[in-house]
Design a protein around this ligand. Structure first.
Ligand code: AMP
Length: 280
C-alpha cells in the first residue's frame, strides 16, 4: 500500500492510477475506526482486483465552526495507515492545506445553497459547516477523479449534501452509502468518542435507545418529543431530535416515503450525532 503526502505525488507516482484503473475513493478526517473500515472494505469489494482504492486523511479546517473542536480533533496517522492497509486500501493520501486550498485556507468557504439540505438541522447549528464540506469534497473529487466515492450513513445529512453536489457537478460519479457501524451497545462509532470519559461513554448509548423507541412508534412526533425530554432530563443538551423525509430532510413526512430520525446532542463535552431509518 502506498502512503503519500500529496495527491500530486500519488498521481505521478502510482502505476495503477496512471494506467487509468478505476479509482474508488474514501474521504476521511483520520482517527480511523471500524466505521471508516467498513467504507474502505466496501470500496475494496466494489473495486475488485483491478480498481484502485484510495483513502484520504485530511482534517478540513473550513468545516469546523468551533476552533477548539478543530484543535483537539484526534490525529493518529500511524494507526490510520495500519487500519487502511488491513481493510484493503491501495493508497492513503495525507494532503496538506497548501494542496487542498492553493489560494490559502479561507476563514469561511464559499456558500453552497442546496435548499433545506444546507439550511436545516446540522446546517442550522453549525453555520458554514456544509460550505466547508462541499468545498473540500469538490477539491478531493477533482484531485482523485473517482468512479465511486463512499460515505457513511452515520452523517446522513452530509450524505444527502454530497449526493446533491455529485448530481450537480460530478454526474458520472457513483456516491455509495455505507450503513452506520456501531459499538456493541449501539453507540455510533465516531472519532470524537475518544473524548468521552468512561462514565459519559456509558450515558452516550441513550441516544441510540431513544432513536429506536421512535422507530418502534413508527416515527410518531409525540414519541420523539417524549424521548427528547427524557434525554434532556438525563443531562443531554439536544440541538435537534426530528423525524424527517429521508431524502429532502424536510420535517414533514409524506405517507409512503422513507423517513429518517435525526439527532444531535451535546453530552460529556462531545457533540454526538446519529440517525436511523424509518420504513416508508
Ligand atoms: P470523518 O472522518 O468523521 O469525516 O468520516 C469519514 C467518513 O466516514 C464519512 O463518510 C462518515 O460518514 C463515515 N463514518 C464515520 N463514522 C462512521 C460509522 N460509525 N459508520 C459508518 N461510517 C462512518
Amino acid at each position: 500500500m502506498l502512503v503519500m503526502s500529496s495527491f500530486h505525488a500519488w498521481r505521478t507516482g502510482c502505476f495503477s492510477v496512471t494506467q487509468k484503473s478505476a479509482v474508488h475513493f474514501v474521504p476521511t478526517m483520520g482517527a480511523l475506526h471500524d466505521g471508516h473500515g467498513a467504507l474502505i472494505q466496501a470500496a475494496r469489494q466494489a473495486a475488485g482486483d483491478d480498481g484502485h482504492v484510495v483513502v484520504s486523511v485530511y482534517v478540513n479546517p473550513t468545516q469546523f465552526n468551533d476552533a477548539s473542536d478543530l484543535s483537539k480533533y484526534p490525529r493518529t496517522q500511524d494507526a490510520d495507515v495500519d487500519l487502511a492497509r488491513c481493510c484493503g486500501a491501495d493508497a492513503v493520501v495525507f494532503p496538506t492545506s497548501e494542496e487542498m486550498y492553493p489560494k490559502g485556507v479561507p476563514g469561511r468557504a464559499e456558500p453552497s445553497d442546496y435548499g433545506a439540505l444546507t439550511r436545516l438541522w446540522e446546517a442550522a447549528h453549525r453555520p458554514g459547516h456544509f460550505d466547508g464540506v462541499v468545498a473540500v469534497v469538490r477539491a478531493l473529487f477533482e484531485a482523485t477523479n473517482p468512479v465511486a466515492a463512499y460515505f457513511g450513513e452515520k452523517d446522513w445529512q452530509q450524505l444527502a449534501v454530497i449526493r446533491r453536489l455529485a448530481a450537480l457537478e460530478f454526474p458520472e460519479l457513483d456516491v455509495v452509502p455505507v450503513p452506520t457501524v456501531r459499538e456493541e451497545d449501539g453507540l455510533a462509532m465516531s472519532s470524537r468518542n475518544v473524548h468521552l470519559s468512561s462514565e459519559d461513554r456509558e450515558g452516550a448509548k441513550a441516544l441510540y435507545s431513544a432513536l429506536q423507541s421512535v422507530v418502534r412508534s413508527d416515527g410518531a412526533d409525540e414519541e420523539a418529543q417524549k424521548q427528547g425530554e427524557l434525554l434532556e432530563q438525563a443531562g443531554h443538551r439536544l440541538d435537534y431530535f426530528a423525524v424527517v423525509d429521508a431524502e429532502t430532510l424536510e420535517p414533514k413526512r409524506m405517507q409512503g416515503r422513507p423517513g429518517r430520525v435525526l439527532i444531535a446532542s451535546h453530552w460529556g463535552g462531545v457533540r454526538l450525532i446519529d440517525n436511523v431509518a424509518l420504513e416508508g
